[in-house]
Structures are given as C-alpha cells and as structure tokens.
Design a protein around this ligand. Structure first.
Ligand SMILES: C[S@@+](CC[C@H](N)C(=O)[O-])C[C@H]1O[C@@H](n2cnc3c(N)ncnc32)[C@H](O)[C@@H]1O
Length: 260
C-alpha cells in the first residue's frame, strides 16, 4: 500500500461518514501515523505504508468515522505557539479563544491575570509563554480538567467553581455558554466526545458567566468569551463593556468591569 492508497481510502471513508474536512483530517491522521509532516504526503504519495502503520491508520480512521475529533485521536491540539495535550476530560481549545489571550497581552508589565475555567490550560499557558512578566493563575470547576492543565505544565492550576478570591488586574474566562436546548443539535464531534459540563450553562447559556461576574468584587476587570447572540446580555452584566469580534467578524469576547 502507498500513501496515495491510504489517503484515498481514508478521505472516502471520512467523507461518507459526514466529516466536514475529510482530506485535512486524513492527512493529519496519516502523517502522524507515519511520523512525517503533512507536506511529505503531497511531495511523495508513492511512499510505501508498512503493515504496522496501515493498522494504526485503519484504527484512527475508524475512530474518526465514529466522529471522534482529530485532536482527541492524536491527543494534542495547537493553540497559539503551544502544542497542548488534550483528551476527553477537556474541551479542545478553539481558535476564537485566542481573542482572550490578545486582550490580556495588552496589560501593563507585571499584571496579575486569572484564567477561570482553564480546561487544558490553553489561555493561561499561552499568556505565560508570550508574556513571562505577567503573574498568571488558573482554576477550573472540574478536577479532571485541572489534571490535564497540570500535565500541560500549569502546575499551580487548582480546582474551584466560580471566581476564586484574589487580587487580579484581569480575569479572563472561556466558560461554558451553550444553551441547554442547543445541546442535541450540536455536531457529533462535540456532543458525543467533549465534556458536557465544559459547554452547557443553563437555559440561556449564561449561568456560569453570571456566577463569575456576580462573584467578582466591584471594579474587577473581566474578559469573557460568549456566543455572538449573547453579546447584549453579557454587556448588560458589565460596566464600560467593549466587545471584540473573531476573524469571521462575529462578536465573541466582551471586556468590562464588575459593578455589583
Ligand atoms: C468552554 S470550556 C473552556 C476551557 C478552556 N478555557 C479553553 O478555552 O479551552 C469551560 C471550562 O470551564 C469549566 N467550568 C464550568 N463551569 C465553571 C464554573 N462555574 N467555574 C469554574 N470553571 C467552570 C469547565 O470545567 C471547563 O473546563
């Protein structure tokens, strides 16, 4: 079997299973199984695939056909300059969450930042990586998520529901914001594999955000990720709100001040 054969078979199987990006997924799974970069598959499609590698590829394609996300199959996901370990205990970091990092990058030197609902540790770790002068802490309601964040190098991550006490210059949070009634219509990759408690937050999706804002002392600066349709509601929870949009132009992160 050659790389071309393996790719053709995988792309056909993934497309038939309804995967949105069958070629990209097949390339990522096969390149990793062969220990080469994706470009090597294009440069030399006649490369032979050994029996052992073919078995690994077959197993990975079977998992992807069952709509398991590529990041869980490979056990890792890129975020900013980092490669994070991910598994089913944590949400797979999304590109739009980089906006939270960008907001905190604007802080003055030495600022104290807390990442609430850190999950894999993506936001906190990116900040430590890009701004070593910041004093970064992180917490999550899920003990399993904290285990993953620590395994990713965020040794000080701790278990806490809501906003822990502390003197922070800014709190950043990608908390759950999916509405209960949206869950059943989400893609199988999310619904069947990602932790529900990392995504769903009550009837309007704002339970976790409201709890964190409500627990913040007056004057605390917060940057919160949310769904585009929740922008006005989140702005209403904060003083001097300013909303930033993602690359597709959708409002995604609101920055403002708590005013209990
Ligand atoms: C959408 S995930 C985001 C994870 C990570 N920040 C990221 O962007 O990849 C939300 C995280 O918040 C945690 N969480 C949910 N409710 C929480 C709460 N009330 N207080 C603190 N963490 C919470 C979940 O366990 C989950 O890890």
């Amino acid at each position: 079997m050659t790389v071309r054969d393996a790719l053709d078979a995988a792309v056909a199987a993934l497309a038939a299973a309804g995967c949105e990006t069958p070629r990209l997924d097949a390339e990522l799974l096969i390149a990793d199984a062969l220990g080469v970069g994706r470009s090597a598959l294009v440069v030399d499609p006649s490369l032979p695939v050994t029996g052992a590698a073919a078995r690994v590829i077959g197993e990975r394609v079977r998992r992807r056909v069952a709509r398991e996300p590529v990041a869980y199959i490979l056990g890792r996901k890129g975020f900013r300059r980092l490669e994070l370990m991910v598994d089913r205990r944590v949400l797979i970091p999304r590109p739009e969450t980089e906006l939270l990092v960008e907001v905190a990058l604007e802080l003055p030197p030495g600022s104290r930042v807390h990442d609430v609902g850190t999950g894999s540790g993506a936001v906190a770790l990116a900040l430590i990586d890009e701004r070593p002068d910041l004093v970064v802490s992180a917490s999550d309601a899920s003990a399993c998520a904290v285990e993953v964040a620590r395994a990713n190098g965020l040794s000080g991550a701790f278990v806490h529901r809501g906003l822990p006490l502390g003197d922070y210059d800014m709190v950043v949070g990608n908390l759950p914001y999916v509405r209960e009634d949206e869950w059943s219509s989400l893609a199988p990759e999310i619904r069947l594999y990602e932790p529900r408690e990392a995504l769903v937050a009550g009837a309007d999706g704002l339970d976790a955000i409201r709890a964190v804002v409500g627990g913040a002392p007056r004057g605390r600066r917060l940057a919160l990720e949310h769904a585009p349709g929740q922008t006005e509601a989140v702005k209403g929870l904060l003083r001097q709100p300013r909303t930033l949009s993602d690359l597709a132009g959708r409002p995604r992160v609101t920055v403002g001040v708590a005013w209990p």
